[in-house]
Design a protein around this ligand. Sequence first.
Ligand code: NOJ
Length: 542
Amino acid sequence: MERKWWHSSVVYQIYPRSFKDSNGDGIGDIQGIIEKLDYLKDLGIDVIWLSPVYKSPNDDNGYDISDYYDIMDEFGTMEDMDILLSESKKRGIKILMDLVVNHTSDEHKWFIEAKKSKDNEYRDYYIWRKPVNGKEPNELISTFSGSAWEYDEASGEYYLHLFSKKQPDLNWENEKVREEVWKMMNFWIDKGIGGFRMDVIDLVGKVPDEMIKENGPMLHNYLQEMNKNSFGKHDLLTVGETWGATPEVAKLYSNPNRNELSMVFQFEHISLDKIPGKNKWDLKPLDLRDLKRVFSKWQTELEGEGWNSLFWNNHDLPRIVSRWGNDKEYRVESAKMLATLLHGLKGTPYIYQGEEIGMTNIKFDTIEEYNDIEIRNMYKDRIARGFKHEEIMESIYAKGRDNARTPMQWSEEENAGFTTGKPWLTINENYKDINVERALKDKNSIFYHYKKLIELRKENEVIIYGDYTLIDPDDKDIYAYTRELNGDKILVVCNFYSENIEFNYKDIVNKEPNILLSNYSNSSTNINKLKLRPYEAIMFRL
Ligand code: NOJ
């Protein structure tokens, strides 16, 4: 495969609302991000994925856009955005914009027009259907609970919203809609951005009348058309959010010969703690063997025909250290172990803000303290269906999106140094222990472990391009694999639990291996009989 700059890049995701507030209104903003660019440079990342900063009434915190050509008031101005682009560029950091074009806000001028009458020129920008027997056209469900159809009194028709009713779905079958999207993308490309993260992009080919949401028949045609009319002429990174992707489907998106996207986010490893066939709130215990199976499948099946993205976290997911790690006595060890495992794999790693200091999940006592529309709607829906409050709260503690959205913990000052005002979402009370200032002072912190992993990637081609082989798929406690390129071989061994355990590497190794990185001091190099401590993770060069 032809080599690309983004094969060796590491991306850092910023959720601007929670990153850094510069003006004391309790909400993170663009100037706040600019203040922290040197911190990100120090970490060593190459690209920032910026969650939406466009004008928005914030029904879904910016994923409901009312103007793609303007900036949300709370976050600043277009001038701030231009400064962010130029200041990032000075530091060799590119900016990925979040492209949210499956839907707009209901406050977008297109929808305001569309609602005016059935013959309005924007009516067909959205998806309208007549009632069937006086009811919703069909059983399509919104991700945020309830029907995906909302009745519009004035016209007597329903419009489709796969998310909140303030996020009407755009009609991609309408060529004019697609042209508006390409035009807007080109506006941002001309500003010098590094690419796009594409929100729920696998929904744009939907066929609502046949109940098809993901992977509709026209999806890949649309993406090829998008590529041709916008970023295809430039050397950009594009990553699609595709909950419905299998490796087969991912190859359609990311095989360079097809001129679609650089890569996609697949979510198979993220769905291992949900009961199959149910939704994300219905929990099942994790089994390491499942994680090994899923990661290994993706590592090997895309070989030569596509490219992986590697991530544990984003603004929709619980904190990884609270999920696969141990956020109590082994927080530091387990956060480093999870980082080592992921950053040793093949693909482009993504770090979500706060992951690099091991931020943890949050537990609020009352539902009122939660902000997220998905949580609030689900709570109402489940209470109405007879679930117990306690049971619902357990699901929220495990999977709620606000776990990832509590403000970034910068220091032990009031409000964790995030704001001088009242934070828009309660700050995790552990901020006095877990914060950036502390991490930077401690050479053994999680932060420096991430920094080292990024350096290792830059210095070792085998980490970028080496072949992946899983060791012992049936071991339920240890995840071990090798990477190999032109005779250079790396072995990564991770103990996933808090018990001591022995790992036995069976291949013959001629010389004593080097330790490239470990999360303990004095790790052993006796790989044929390796005694691992709780959550111990070692990367060897064989
Ligand atoms: C996926 C985004 O990541 C999420 O935060 C948002 O709510 C939905 N798409 C709808 O835009």
